[in-house]
Design a protein around this ligand. Structure first.
Ligand SMILES: [Zn+2]
Ligand SMILES: [Zn+2]
Length: 444
């Protein structure tokens, strides 16, 4: 009720904006079709909740999502979609051909869980365990991918029921391993979105645009956040080995101390963002999160290993930062007579950039489909391999605010926490947004 005046204001502003930009209303999806999505998704909400709880109770680590993939594939087949399984590992691609010829739009959900011991206290909390890098580990859907999968299954069901009204095709991409690797066999190989793209997920037919949504607790419940340009940061794993010469702790002059050299390497790395990158262009982060060296108080070890992360919002700054990290580490080590060997893991995530024209065209659609509850979001320092799809075809990624009942965007547990949960009542909003963006894109 209280949102009504805002809605009217937004609608008239939009009308003015549309008139100004010369975008005729006839080019977007029929408003009656958009309006019909609300009851349709209310009707599939109990199913989406059931799927979500089932997937939540049976989470699977990255590239091990066989049960989830089977559930998805069976559902898509039952809806009459053309289904491909085993795409880039456990990936599933479903193609819904509309009643009329037209463009192709892709919708993507990720299916994998994390090696986290669930403490949410939910009645359907996970007790699952799987091998994580060779060691048995608890598994939990701590990033909302159970919700993403359930929402996209709901979208497939609703759009399959509207087949005759659809001009073009909708490609449903259910992706494994967004969170990276859980099997030793996957080290050094592409997984997730990259593996799916390599396996032809975007071929036959090639989408003209791709959309996805991520559940986050840091926006009010049911709010969609959008952003033109970079939304999620690039993510690179930095590995540094500092080598010196082993010696007795009492006689450091007989060796080269890699511990002191490492301390200076870490300090030198702080200047990459603070002193060397032009952070007025885009923010960036360099963090060292892991350091290992030595096994006794009175022995200076031969080497120290450390690992960290580089995050940027611009591919040029990313390449520049990588060079500067190498230079800073090598020089700081050399000043101590030690050496530093820096490497970056292959398959780092690129910046997730939302296509500006696509985002602009979807703002009125999101406003309508959320009843005015859509706004521009801030950038996130998290990274996402949706960038693989968005680097291949124009992409748009949105976030869905979903703090669980009784929590706020401030008090809700963040993604990847053992206490993470989300408000299931927001699933129809996320699903409507995906469906509406797809229908609107195809109608243009
Ligand atoms: Zn995550
Ligand atoms: Zn995630």
């Amino acid at each position: 009720m209280t949102s009504r005046p805002t809605r009217i204001l937004q609608t008239s502003l939009l009308a003015a904006l549309l008139a100004q930009t010369g975008v005729a209303a006839a080019q977007s999806v029929d408003p009656a079709v958009l309006a019909s999505l609300e009851p349709k998704f209310s009707a599939v909400q109990p199913k989406m909740v059931a799927w979500r709880r089932d997937i939540h109770e049976h989470p699977e680590l990255s590239t091990q999502e066989t049960r989830t993939a089977r559930l998805v594939a069976e559902h898509l087949k039952k809806l009459g979609l053309e289904v491909r399984t085993g795409v880039g590992g456990t990936g599933v691609v479903g193609l819904l051909k509309g009643g009329q010829p037209g463009k192709v739009v892709a919708l993507r959900a990720d299916m994998d869980a994390l090696p986290v011991a669930e403490q949410s206290g939910l009645p359907f909390a996970s007790k699952a365990r799987q091998l994580n890098m060779g060691a048995e580990s608890p598994v939990m859907h701590a990033c909302g991918h159970d919700g993403h999968t359930a929402m996209l299954m709901g979208v497939a069901e609703v759009l399959a029921g509207m087949r005759d009204q659809i001009k073009g095709s909708v490609k449903f991409i259910f992706q494994p391993a967004e969170e990276g690797r859980s099997r030793k066999d996957d080290i050094g190989k592409p997984v997730g979105a990259k593996a799916m793209v390599d396996a032809g997920a975007l071929d036959n037919p090639r989408p003209d645009a791709a959309f996805a949504v991520h559940i986050i607790p840091n926006l009010p419940s049911g709010m969609i956040g959008y952003r033109s340009g970079p939304l999620f940061a690039s993510g690179d794993v930095i590995r540094i080995t500092v080598s010196g010469k082993q010696t007795h702790g009492g006689f450091p002059w007989n060796g080269v101390d890699p511990i002191v050299a490492s301390a200076q390497v870490i300090t030198a790395l702080q200047t990459v963002v603070a002193r060397q990158l032009n952070i007025t262009k885009e923010p960036a982060v360099v963090s060292i999160g892991q350091i290992n060296g030595g096994n006794r108080d009175n022995i200076i070890p031969a080497t120290v290993e450390m690992a960290g992360t580089l995050r940027t919002f611009d591919e040029g700054m990313r390449a520049d930062a990588r060079k500067r990290i190498v230079q800073a580490a090598e020089s700081a080590a050399a000043a101590n007579g030690a050496t530093a060997k820096v490497s970056f893991d292959p398959f780092g995530y690129a910046v997730t950039v939302n296509d500006a024209a696509l985002t602009q065209s979807m703002i009125p659609v999101l406003a309508k489909v959320t009843n005015g509850n859509a706004k521009e979001a801030s950038k996130f320092m998290a990274s996402e391999d949706f960038s693989e799809f968005a680097n291949a075809v124009p992409g748009m990624y949105v976030v869905l605010g979903a703090p669980p009942e009784g929590k706020t965007p401030v008090t809700a547990a963040p993604n990847h926490s053992p206490f993470f949960d989300f408000d299931e009542k927001t699933m129809p909003v996320g699903a409507r947004a995906l469906a509406a963006m797809a229908l609107d894109f195809l109608a243009r």
